[in-house]
Design a binder for this molecule. Structure first.
Ligand SMILES: [Zn+2]
Length: 439
């Protein structure tokens, strides 16, 4: 499996300024690096999104307003106009706001390019996944909806895209963007309780007009565990997959459904996230993995490192390797995320009722599942066709040095370089190890 990992030092710096997750991006990247996972994937440099790319989703009025935030100090008082664009309440103003959104959106667009150009079967971008932002403004810690912009890029090649949201909060910004669309199916698993943000994503929230039936929500009560999640995901994902038959899949792996998250209230560990992602990747469709929420930084880093390792086929050592953020992983200093003792409020009859409703909606609005047809043969040839396209494109692109090049010696030398080192701290992504897109 070809795996691309989107990275850039400037991108990390920008992400680290996001007020809700200040400093998280570096913690995540450094753990991935400490385990040497950058040696097992193709590190692709993120390029910022252009104004035109941002306009694929956001209004010019909002984008132009973001440009007015250049130097923002602690005394900055938000104006009425700022608040109209969602800047102020849960999205505090930050310096160089336009630069921030273009870097974040660009990182997910870079992941899309990897899939569209056939360079990757799986593209990973832990700096993306800001699923609450709307067309006209910021919302719920999200200043830009990189997910929608990335999906728009994917649609240049893949006609049907399935978006799956594992964040503890409903993926409202993405669902709203595709509420009337039949081409993008949105599926969200989240905590749904009175007063819990954003308050949308109920079982009967299924899209509108021509998109009726093309949104699906699995609203869960507090304390959902790995067992509950794995069971519900397996049933619901397979139903959606067989009815919708996507050409590409985007998974938002928001880490705030992990046990102990200060903004969460669920009780997952990395086990269920990895199993869910595995079920998706087993379908062998071009797939993008994005980050999102996750407010206990060390646990978000643990989770995304575990997923990266699983995708790259690497088994992780239980002990966190020594590196600059090692002290953050105390008191256990292990990769495992402790479950909590909070009670799972989801009874199995509730989960079954939800699954039955979802099944009924899919049958009603999307017609018969493809399982009802002589699918084995048809699906197989579909997969082969898709692979062939990727392979051909990939060959073409590697030959065309004007489009994509490796700035230096490539991954093999890089692995050798890493093996030559005995000190963990020298195992870092070096400029010479990164693939660049060249326009
Ligand atoms: Zn969230």
């Amino acid at each position: 499996m070809n795996v691309c990992y989107v990275w850039d030092d400037k991108l990390i710096d920008f992400c680290d300024q996001l007020p809700a997750v200040m400093g998280r991006a570096k913690v995540v990247h450094c753990l991935i690096q400490a385990y040497g996972l950058h040696n097992k994937v193709k590190v692709v440099r993120s390029t910022p999104a252009t104004y035109e790319e941002l306009k694929e989703f956001h209004s010019e009025l909002y984008l132009d307003h973001l440009k007015t935030f250049i130097d923002v100090d602690d005394d900055y008082m938000t104006s009425v106009q700022d608040e109209e664009y969602g800047i102020g309440y849960d999205c505090a103003p930050v310096s160089n706001m336009f630069g921030l959104v273009s870097h974040i959106a660009g990182s997910s667009v870079t992941a899309s390019k990897c899939l569209v150009m056939g360079l990757a079967d799986v593209a990973i971008n832990w700096c993306g996944g800001w699923h609450h932002a709307n067309r006209f403004g910021a919302e719920g810690f999200c200043y830009v909806n990189d997910v929608v912009i990335a999906i728009e890029k994917l649609r240049k090649k893949f006609s049907k895209v399935l978006y799956i949201d594992l964040d503890v909060h409903h993926g409202n910004g993405v669902q709203d963007a595709y509420n009337i669309s039949k081409s993008v199916f949105t599926l969200s698993f989240h905590k749904y309780e009175p007063g819990f943000y954003p308050g949308t994503g109920g079982l009967n929230d299924i899209g509108t007009l021509s998109g009726t039936g093309y949104s699906c929500n699995m609203p869960l009560h507090a304390g959902y565990t790995d067992d509950t999640m794995e069971y519900a995901f397996e049933k619901v994902f397979n139903l959606v997959y067989s009815h919708f038959a996507p050409d590409a899949i985007v998974i938002q792996c928001g880490a705030d459904a992990l046990a102990h998250d200060p903004n969460g209230g669920a009780a997952l560990t990395a086990r269920s996230y990895c199993k869910c992602v595995r079920m998706v990747l087993d379908k062998r469709k071009p797939s993008m993995l994005l980050g999102g929420g996750g407010y206990q930084h060390s646990n978000a880093a643990r989770l995304w490192t575990c997923i990266t390792a699983m995708v790259a086929g690497v088994e992780l050592d239980e002990q966190i390797p020594e590196h600059i953020y090692w002290p953050e992983y105390g008191p256990t200093y292990t990769i495992a995320i402790d479950p909590t003792l909070i009670k799972d409020a989801n009874k199995s009859c509730y989960i079954e009722d939800c699954i039955n409703t979802i099944k009924g909606n899919l049958e009603k609005y999307l017609g018969k599942s493809s399982h009802a047809e002589p699918v084995v043969k048809r699906l197989k040839s579909k997969i082969e066709n898709a692979k062939e396209t990727l392979r051909l494109d990939s060959k073409k692109i590697h030959k065309d040095k004007n489009k994509f090049r490796n700035t230096s010696v490539g991954i093999h030398n890089m692995v050798k370089h890493a093996q030559d080192q005995t000190n963990h701290r020298s195992k870092i992504v070096d400029k010479s190890d990164v693939y660049d897109f060249v326009e």
